[in-house]
Design a protein around this ligand. Sequence first.
Ligand code: UDP
Length: 538
Amino acid sequence: QSQELSQVRIDYHAALQALVEDGTRMVCTGRMHTDRICHFESLCYSTEAEEFVFFHSNSSIMLPNLGSRRFQPALLDLSSVEDHNTQYFNFVELPAAALKFMPKPVFVPDVALIVNRFNPDNLMHVFHDDLLPIFYTMQQFPDLDLEARLFFMEGWGEGLHFELYRLLSNKQPLLREQLKTLGRLLCFTKSYVGLSKITTWYQYGFVQPQGPKANILVSGNEIRQFTKFMMEKLNVSLEGMPGEEYIIVFSRTINRLILNEAELLLALAQEFQMKTITVSIEDHTFSDIVRLISNASMLVSMHGAQLIMSLFLPRGATVVELFPYAINPEHYTPYKTLSILPGMDLQYIAWQNMEKENTVTFPDRPWDQGGIAHLDKAEQDRIIRSSEVPRHLCCRNPEWLFRVYQDTRINIASLIQTIRQTVKTKPGPKRQKWASGLYPGKVREARCQASVQGTSEAKLSVSWQIPWNLKYLKVREVKYEVWIQEQGENTYMPYILSHQNHTFSDNIKPFTNYLVWIRCIFNKNLLGPFADVLLCST
Ligand code: UDP
């Protein structure tokens, strides 16, 4: 690696002079440390101090210029996990003149994306916290192209899935430890620091019990653009795949086992009249798993990180997540939330083992594999008697670990019945066309005309034109919603109409001002924006 960087021919003296004269220049997006990504020129890193360095000169820029608020609590989150206090980024400041007394800087010529991975040994975390956010951070800044280089600063080794991180750019990603071999003072010519959180859908329960993020901003479309990229990079093609439909049981081989897996395979094959195959991370290459999953009709698996592979399922496929005894499926929903993202078009089914005699516990294992022998006897007894793990915070709740690392004998009849409640005929890709889900524009040229009959009765005729985009779309059903509000009142009368004009007479008073709000609705649930409010006087 070190050779790779030093081979690049940059004019060292010009670069050094620019650094001394111009110093570091930073411009960030985002208003808070939790949504900030910063662009730097000449950001440096001291491998001895293990700190980033901002050099001040007459030409430096630091935007936002937060003063000491930069430490409250940090300039930005280096990982995609929100506001985690082990993942903060900051720098120390020095005058550029101090460079005279410092080790000779080594310049990094590649455009750099500097981030923390959150948990690189867990496949779910790899995709949700790192790969998707890195991919879309790179999409956000055009000079983060395939020639950019990733720098992982969290301090871990490569981890179990480094091959996946390598797919995101043509250059080998570098780890914090490796920077030492490059020099004592590294200066990144051009870099971006931080990760977009726009694609993440789950929070792990650091401040409140885990669950879907409050404001999910990603849809199945963006997920699939990402998986398409990954499949191309993995050289996975579906050519030569069997045409017949099949079910995958994604099994774990180390813990949280399905004890009657053979029986499960047979039952699924028989019930759905499909070939049923098992895969596991231990026994298959990543490319093989992706190839198989991307063409499957149904994916059945115990709750666990391997279920993140449902990212690669085709539209219309079914995800069946199995939960051990005392683990309430509603409380652990990273894979459910993924499956039901708008446009993901997966059917999600949860099944839980409700029978104590079908679970196998491991009280004597180490605590991080669910052992509880280290707890006092009363607490052990309470846990063993409990039939549901109460909601809890991440990440070391012993009752949760005890229950989630149980092995399970699946009650086949109960599971098949649960699946059948959702999958009536055959699971798998629907041949139907999927709703395109485009929203209407505003209605146009809204007008109203009033007429008064006598002193107590009046009518309001309102008309409008279709939204401009409708004439280019095939829409199953077009409706209009009209709200009529007497000026100064808080309430309004709502109407759903099929035509582009209507005469209102109920509750319309003479010599009164009305505000009329109109919007278009496609296919019952695609609500467009309201047009500018119309003021109508009777
Ligand atoms: N894992 C696996 N087989 C096993 C147990 C674990 O492939 O039998 C993988 C799992 O998919 C994850 C990692 O090992 O990527 C860590 O598993 P852990 O049980 O800690 O996390 P969880 O699956 O509960 O998120």
